[in-house]
Design a protein around this ligand. Structure first.
Ligand code: IPM
Ligand code: MG
Length: 366
């Protein structure tokens, strides 16, 4: 067996971030000890906690540690205080956007992993959902997120520039087409080319790249239609390729296919370090109450093992164990329904510990 030595940076962040990354990290430690890998961990600040400590949502020290690491496990950033104060100049989210840009994390992979056990946790009918398996490629370092922002002197006019350059579309399109080749060879590119010039460049570029992947069946869809189709008939999608803002919105919508935001993991990659995080936010309403679902962070750890380290067996083991825990009826609050035994509704800690125990059992039974 190939033993690996890796240096992992954990950035817990704000709200429920620390409560969930604790378990993502614990799972990585468990896997390392069982498979003989050597993972060392460092920690760093980002978001509101970093503003409180240093005045900066992304302190230089965090960025340095990030650049020196082999992969990053991130929790969440955000604070209600800023959500209700649109005038705040320094904001927790700036830390996340800056680290994405600085590390060149231009491709955000968001797999909609639907466990059959959770078919009833969704607000969509099980018959519509069953068999859904979507992989989103959301562009992450361009678009209206990073375009020039302006506010007029009188304060009454504001703008955010929606901007893309051809190379930015090309590089993520290649990643999405390559993934489509390993899946069912269907790719849907989502844009708003009937209205937006940046979307016309997007569509033109994707059409060009598609020629290099003749085996992939490519379709183009407008964002409004895609938002509708996603809940009408999610199975029609396989790989979905889209821009930063559209992808942000569409993947929150898609999380309801998987039953809860608390279930979805994501990988942000570029040409170097990988950055792994749940798609959910800091959820201050439930922070510190042991209510957060740690499975998205645990599944993010699985994505790290797979994508950054190429440890497929270890990565799949985690998914198997999550499935097993769900099959045995255990749930966190967000994924429990009427049929759940109330004694099997677990807090973050109990769920995390149970996952570790099941990993042990899986490994020792083989
Ligand atoms: C996400 C989040 C972020 C985004 C926020 C926290 C800046 O919603 O990762 O989806 O908009 O990209
Ligand atoms: Mg989002």
């Amino acid at each position: 067996m190939h033993k690996m030595k890796k240096n992992i940076l954990v950035i817990p962040g704000d709200g429920i971030g620390p409560e969930v990354t604790t378990w993502g990290k614990a799972v990585l430690e468990k896997v390392a000890s069982l498979f003989g890998h050597e993972f060392t961990f460092q920690e760093a600040l980002m978001g509101h906690v970093a503003i409180e400590a240093t005045g900066d949502p992304l302190p230089a020290e965090t960025l340095e540690k990030a650049k020196e690491s082999d992969a990053i496990l991130f929790g969440a950033v955000g604070h209600a205080k800023y959500d209700n104060d649109p005038t705040a100049k320094v904001r927790p989210e700036q830390g996340l956007l800056k680290i994405r840009k600085e590390l060149g994390l231009y491709a955000n992979l968001r797999p909609i992993l639907l466990f059959d056990e959770l078919l009833n946790a969704s607000s969509i009918k099980p018959s519509i959902l069953k068999g859904t398996d979507i992989l989103f490629f959301r562009e992450l370092t361009g678009d209206v997120y990073f375009g020039e922002k302006n506010r007029s002197a009188d304060g009454n006019t504001a703008s955010d520039l929606m901007i893309y350059q051809r190379y930015e579309i090309e590089r993520i399109a290649h990643k999405a087409f390559q993934a489509a080749m390993t899946r069912s060879k269907r790719l849907c590119s989502v844009d708003k080319a009937n209205v937006l010039e940046s979307s016309r460049l997007w569509r033109e570029t994707v059409q060009e790249i598609a020629k290099q992947y003749p085996e992939v069946h490519t379709e183009h869809m407008f964002i409004d239609n895609a938002a509708m189709q996603l809940i009408k008939d999610p199975k029609r999608f396989d790989v979905v390729l889209t821009a930063n803002l559209f992808g942000d919105i569409l993947t929150d919508e898609a999380s309801q296919i998987a039953g809860s935001m608390g279930m979805l993991a994501s990988a942000s990659i570029g040409d170097g370090i990988g950055f792994y995080e749940p798609i959910h936010g800091s959820a201050h309403d439930i922070a510190g109450k042991d209510l957060a679902n740690p499975l998205a962070s645990i599944l993010s750890a699985s994505l790290m093992l797979d994508i950054s380290f190429g440890l497929k067996t270890e990565a799949e083991l985690i998914i198997t164990v999550v499935k097993q825990v769900l099959a045995e009826g255990f749930r966190t609050n967000d994924i429990a329904d009427e049929s759940t035994n109330p004694y099997q509704v677990l807090g973050s800690k109990e769920m995390g510990k149970l996952i570790l125990k099941f990993i042990d059992q899986q490994v020792y039974s083989h």
